[in-house]
Design a protein around this ligand. Structure first.
Ligand SMILES: NC(=O)c1ccc[n+]([C@@H]2O[C@H](COP(=O)([O-])OP(=O)(O)OC[C@H]3O[C@@H](n4cnc5c(N)ncnc54)[C@H](O)[C@@H]3O)[C@@H](O)[C@H]2O)c1
Length: 380
């Protein structure tokens, strides 16, 4: 099949590589010229900013950002502008698939009105989990739904060529909503466990040990770990797409909104607990944070709650540095070697970090990471 993928970020690249491994002729379209220059040498297929090159493709996949705007409401402008660019270059009918995460109705009410009725359309939301070594694009079941039977059949055929399991659902809206609901399930459960961490502390017990104990129940319980909050561009963002759609439909998404609030307040709560741990004397204390990306073994710092904690600790007067070789540099600051400090904080536990400078210097260390197996005593 001749496939063009619009957007060569995390999702577009993963799809391009999988489709190319499956023997399809792939072309990637990327409009960030800086990124494009770096991509060209690292990919097995052609990448370009020239939209006219998509005219030879019969399948077009949209994988562009779907962030929140300044009011923390959905910003579909990347999807709209990619659709407008495609409209200018598509003469004959093709299959257009949207993989970008968005609210139910995006395919039908945002993309189709721009591109017109002559094409086939399907929604196939991407579920990839960065740095997950077990579940990847090929073995994570893929949800697919076309706007017509023919679109569904063709989209299913495409995804079957490199995904082990493809599940067709009755409408693009179900596929779009399923993706949002999956991440909302995580967001709400993370907020619940973060609230529980606060309750447990007030009751004088360890949240971590309690969750481990509750996990021994073989049914009806799924453990989530308390942490500094949520980061990346899925869990802090996708539920707000569902909440927005829900508001338009006249339903109050109270769980989602409350979970957002609880998670967003975690850095402040933890900074206050750290101040207490240091006997109320945090000003001037040397604190080092290990891991400032939002997730272990990825370099992405978008919406990272570790950065929010760093700011809160600085606001309280602490002298805070950070160590994260994967991130390297962020907000004009560079990763620092681990060193003797008053307090070391493991915020995100990347693999292979050598914490011996903290051990040798007998620095006090607290572990706030969601990795249950770091070997450090958990703070929450
Ligand atoms: N990264 C993930 O873990 C993940 C997982 C599942 C779903 N998603 C969803 O997939 C979509 C893409 O995510 P991502 O992580 O790949 O984003 P990203 O920001 O890494 O990449 C998107 C790319 O699209 C490019 N782009 C934007 N507008 C364009 C246009 N008009 N033409 C060509 N290129 C354009 C950007 O320059 C960028 O390189 C989002 O909706 C996201 O929510 C992401």
């Amino acid at each position: 099949m001749r496939v063009a993928i619009i957007g060569q970020g995390y999702v577009g690249k993963a799809l391009g590589s999988a489709a190319s491994r499956a023997g399809h002729q792939v072309i990637g379209i990327e409009n960030d010229l800086k990124k494009l220059a770096q991509l060209s040498s690292s990919l097995s297929y052609e990448v370009t900013d020239d939209y006219s090159k998509v005219s030879s493709s019969t399948i077009l996949v949209i994988a562009v950002p779907t962030p929140l705007d300044e009011k923390r409401e959905p910003d579909p402008s990347f999807i709209e502008s990619a659709s407008r660019s495609l409209k200018g270059v598509l003469d004959s009918p093709v299959l257009i698939i949207n993989e970008s995460t968005s609210f139910p109705g995006t395919l039908r009410n945002v993309i189709v009105p721009i591109l017109g009725n002559k094409h086939l359309y399907a929604s196939a939301p991407e579920r990839i989990d960065p740095a997950n070594e077990i579940w990847g694009i090929e073995n994570t079941p893929r949800l697919v739904a076309g706007l017509s039977d023919e679109a569904t059949t063709r989209a299913v055929e495409f995804y079957r060529s490199f995904c082990k399991e493809v599940i067709s659902v009755s409408s693009p809206e179900v596929a779009e909503a399923a993706k949002l609901f999956e991440n909302t399930f995580r967001q709400v459960n993370i907020a619940l466990v973060n609230e529980f961490a606060q309750i447990a502390d007030a009751l004088g017990i360890s949240a971590f040990e309690t969750i481990k104990a509750a996990s021994s129940k073989p049914y009806g319980f799924m453990p989530f770990m308390p942490s500094i909050g949520v980061g990346g561009h899925c869990i802090p963002v996708d539920p707000s797409y569902l909440s927005f759609a829900s508001g338009l439909a006249g339903v109050d998404a109270s769980f989602i909104d409350l979970a957002n609030k609880v998670n967003a307040l975690m850095p402040e709560y933890i900074a206050a607990r750290i101040e207490k741990l240091l006997g109320g004397k945090i000003a001037g204390k040397k604190i080092q944070i290990a891991g400032i990306s939002y997730k272990a073994d990825v370099s992405d710092t978008r919406e990272s709650p570790s950065l929010a904690l760093l700011e809160k600790l600085r606001d309280l007067g602490a002298d805070v540095t950070w160590h994260d070789e994967l991130v390297g540099a962020c907000n004009g600051e560079k990763s620092r070697k681990l060193e003797a400090v008053d307090l070391g904080i493991i915020a995100t536990a990347h693999s292979g970090v050598d914490y011996s400078p903290w051990k040798i210097s007998q620095s006090m260390v607290i572990d706030l990471s969601t990795n249950p197996n770091t070997g450090w005593k958990k703070f929450l």
